[in-house]
Design a protein around this ligand. Structure first.
Ligand code: LLP
Length: 425
């Protein structure tokens, strides 16, 4: 059965969108986005503990739709922070997450008054202490208090690198011993103590993010073993750990229409482990909320034989959708209004000047001809956000379908947009 969090937009509507807006175009189904949020709000008692990872899809209309569910937002950069605020998320509901941050990024979080700032290196700890405690701190925190009405200390988390291989694609593993993110477990206590000594900062949270596209909750259980042991040690002679931020990472079954790992299963395991302690959990899902809710529509430019099998050269390329080129990520590619046919031997290629411009391989698309419309399924996460302008290709349009209606929520870039900020002399 097609899950409610998967886009279900009729072929007629997809054709109408392609005819009116052109291709390539990302199409998001608002009701599927709602269902994606509901996968998590249905099993986490306090929606503010679910912080959607904006990096998965940061279109303002998508973020605003998610905001209605009362959930929070995880942002990685001042750019994503700005988008979250513009989409209507209140700063205290935003986590500035644990990716490498410049001093300016730490300061942007302080100034905005984010609800949680996750630090992941000594340098960031030092910047947070300096900016929150130093001469400029009054201004920084006063701004923050003014912005959201809250005063009191800035809540801070420490990202831990638990030294776990989670079984993700090597590029998407982030909790391994040799990863660039976070503190090793034995480096956390000093940072925690230093932060606790500041009047303006309150360390509350240990954060992890193990990797992305994980098929089950197993790696999270192993991470909790490490994190809970650490929390126990920290609590003995410092302020206790109040919260475990478990990160994102839950995958979806890209090769079929259903059968995704369930957030409820992960949440039940985490809550069971925390039961009896004072600690609460925070979650940062991205893909599991919106991946299924989006499709990328592309038109076939022509067919060509390659190694004895047909290849379809399309008007979308890896500049529009990078997941195959970067990770070998195979998505279902389906003919709009047609069906899959024949042996799984057809390649789906993009139009740019690189032979690695591949959208998918081994597809059953033998009946597809030039000018036919294809739907790259489950493209709602890490799709448009990773698009580039290589070959000076304007990035695609984005459309939001809501029931019987639809609207463009980001127009296709125009050629002039490509050089708007450049000068000749
Ligand atoms: N929290 C943190 C700190 C993260 O770094 C990420 C993803 C998430 C949450 C959300 O993870 P999710 O639930 O979406 O797996 N471009 C890649 C994915 C990179 C994810 C990076 N961090 C892809 O297309 O698969």
């Amino acid at each position: 059965m097609i899950p409610a969090h998967a886009a279900s937009v009729s072929s007629d509507t997809l054709r109408a969108i392609a005819a009116e807006v052109g291709t390539p175009v990302y199409v998001y189904d608002a009701r599927a986005i709602d269902a994606g949020a509901a996968r998590w709000t249905g099993c986490v008692a306090d929606p503010a503990r679910i912080c959607f990872a904006a990096k998965a899809n940061s279109n303002l209309a998508v973020l605003a739709r998610l905001e209605r569910h009362g959930i929070g937002l995880e942002v990685a950069t001042p750019g994503e922070l700005g988008r979250g605020l513009a989409a209507g998320f209140a700063a205290p509901r935003i986590v500035l997450g644990g990716v490498p941050k410049s001093d300016a990024a730490v300061e942007a979080g302080l100034r905005a008054g984010v609800g949680l700032l996750v630090l992941q290196s000594e340098r960031e700890v030092e910047a947070a202490l300096r900016l929150a405690d130093g001469a400029a701190a009054g201004a920084v925190r006063a701004d923050a208090a003014g912005a959201d009405g809250a005063d009191g200390p800035l809540q801070v988390g420490i990202r831990v690198r638990p030294g776990i291989r989670a079984g993700a694609h090597p590029s998407l593993e982030t909790g391994r011993e040799d990863a660039k993110f976070g503190f090793p477990p034995d480096g956390v206590e000093d940072a925690w103590r230093a932060l606790a000594a500041s009047r303006r900062i309150r360390p509350t949270t240990l954060a992890v993010h193990l990797g992305s596209g994980l098929p089950d909750a197993g790696p999270y259980e192993r991470a909790l073993d490490v994190i809970l042991g650490l929390a126990d040690r920290i609590g003995r002679d410092g302020p206790p750990v109040a919260e475990i931020d478990i990160g994102g990472g839950l995958g979806i079954a890209y090769d079929r229409a259903d059968g995704d790992p369930e957030p409820a299963d992960l949440v039940a395991r985490v809550e069971r482990r925390l039961a009896g302690s004072e600690m609460v959990a925070r979650y940062e899902p991205g893909r599991s909320v919106v991946a299924r809710a989006g499709v990328l529509l592309t038109r076939v430019l022509y067919r060509r034989e390659r190694d004895g099998a047909p290849a379809l050269v399309c008007d979308a390329g890896y500049t529009d959708f990078a997941r195959y080129a970067l990770y070998g990520g195979q998505h279902r590619v389906l003919p709009v209004g047609g069906r899959e046919e024949g042996e799984p031997t057809v390649e789906v290629l993009g139009p740019t000047c690189e032979s690695g411009d591949v959208l998918g391989t081994a597809r059953r698309l033998h009946g597809v001809r030039a000018d036919d419309l294809l739907a790259m399924r489950d493209a709602g996460a890490y799709g448009f956000v990773m698009a580039s302008n290589y070959n000076s290709r304007p990035r695609p349009a984005e459309v939001l379908v809501d029931g019987d209606g639809w609207r463009v929520v980001r127009p296709r870039e125009r050629l002039e947009d490509l050089w708007r900020h450049e000068t000749v002399a």
